[in-house]
Design a protein around this ligand. Structure first.
Ligand code: CTP
Length: 377
């Protein structure tokens, strides 16, 4: 993180000018009024690169979006659009005001100038804008620059968490990511946030965003400390930390989807996963039988709860297969049906446990079990 003095709006012109895709953006915007807004401005000031940019347009979103590129999705009704410009994803939205008719529900929006668009936002550090024109002068009506320099999260008005309690979860994300603290008045308002007014889908979406952070355990620890999510248990930060760590190393990295696994571990894991984690299989065939029905992300949750035996499954046992196939059994006269599956399964168990090897022995056991000559196990 840059020191306070290094956060210099005078450099915005230069850093905006060196953004990949900026020339294309400027050409598409032409004479329209368009502004870089929100997290994109914050990150530009912090010198952090990002893969997406948010633009607020005080004019026709569709016209700019279509002038920008071919890979365009325009939602005319919402006056929003997403465009891919090279490696960059640009989200455009008509600058707008919002009014919340009910706490926690989605707001009603209406077109409005940029000042109102900034006034509807979550924290001062996210309520700045930079016009895309050559001057690139920072628009900062709420003191965002000062708070960014001081490392402070501050809401814009008293009803911010009432209107949108998911902002409490967003605050934890930013506080952990940037090592920022809550301004005392904001902390008081945040601790009173009531997430029960928000739909499950929206809370889940926030949990997935937390899961995508570098330090999800730090975010969860803050949410727990602030007491805004009653469904969190005290073991959540440790569980999430263990899991995030495991997810980044072999044999789990690249197999279990990190984000999904972390989001599953935030809330108290399902009793069935706890049961799996408590199992103590002795033979490899038992490991496979227990692990096979689960998604890798769910297995990783069980692993984070202590099931070390799952490492062997992730690393090696999940790849195990037979040399024979069902066709070999059919060729030997076994009728198509469940007996084939029983035979193959028995051969695989034998192979996993080191009791047989090679095509001939696999076939012998599979046939014997499929024909009911010996019991499955
Ligand atoms: N915003 C808000 N209230 C919300 C969600 C978003 O005020 N509940 C505003 C903020 O100004 C935010 C902007 O919309 O900066 C864009 O939202 P989002 O993409 O979620 O946030 P970013 O700041 O881009 O965050 P991140 O760095 O996590 O992507």
């Amino acid at each position: 993180m840059p020191g306070p003095q290094e956060i210099d709006p005078a450099r915005l012109r230069e850093s905006l000018g060196s953004l990949a895709g900026i020339d294309q953006l400027r050409r598409a915007v032409g004479e329209e009024r368009a502004y870089l807004v929100g997290g994109a401005v914050r990150d530009l000031l912090l010198g952090r690169t990002r893969a997406d940019l948010d633009l607020a347009v005080d004019g026709d979103v569709g016209v700019i979006a279509r002038a920008l590129g071919e890979d365009v999705t325009v939602h005319e009704r919402f006056e929003t659009a997403t465009v891919r410009v090279g490696d960059l994803v640009v989200d455009l939205a008509r600058s707008r005001a919002e009014s919340y008719e009910q706490p926690g529900a989605l707001p009603t929006v209406s077109p409005a100038p940029i000042a109102e668009d900034l006034a509807r936002r979550d924290f001062t550090i996210n309520a700045m804008a930079v016009p895309l024109d050559g001057k690139a002068e920072l628009i900062d009506p709420h003191g965002g620059l000062e708070d960014l320099r001081a490392g402070v999260l501050r809401v814009l008005h008293e009803r911010s968490f009432v209107d949108d309690p998911t902002r409490a979860l967003r605050a934890a994300r930013y506080a952990a990511r940037f090592d920022f603290r809550l301004e005392p008045g904001t902390e008081k308002l945040l601790r009173a946030a009531d997430l029960s007014t928000v739909s499950d889908e929206r809370v889940q979406a926030e949990l997935r965003r937390i899961a995508a952070e570098d330090d999800p355990a730090g975010v969860i620890a803050l949410i727990l400390e602030w007491g805004v999510m009653p469904s969190l248990d005290s073991g959540a930060p440790e569980r999430v930390g263990a899991l995030a760590d495991l997810a980044s190393r072999p044999p789990w990295a690249g197999w279990a989807e990190r984000e999904l696994a972390v989001s599953l571990a935030i809330v108290r894991p399902l009793p069935q996963i706890r049961e799996l984690a408590a199992a103590t299989p002795e033979r490899p065939s038992e490991v496979v039988r227990l692990a096979e029905p689960w998604d890798p992300a769910q297995l990783l949750v069980a692993r984070a709860l202590g099931a070390e035996w799952l490492d062997r499954y992730a690393e090696e046992l999940r790849h195990a297969g037979l040399e024979i196939t069902g066709d070999d059994l059919i060729r030997e006269g076994v009728p198509e049906g469940p007996a084939i599956g029983r035979g193959l399964e028995a051969a695989l168990s034998g192979k996993l446990d080191g009791e047989l090897s090679g095509w001939d022995e696999e076939l012998r056991i599979a046939l014997a079990v499929a024909r009911g000559e010996i019991p499955e196990d």
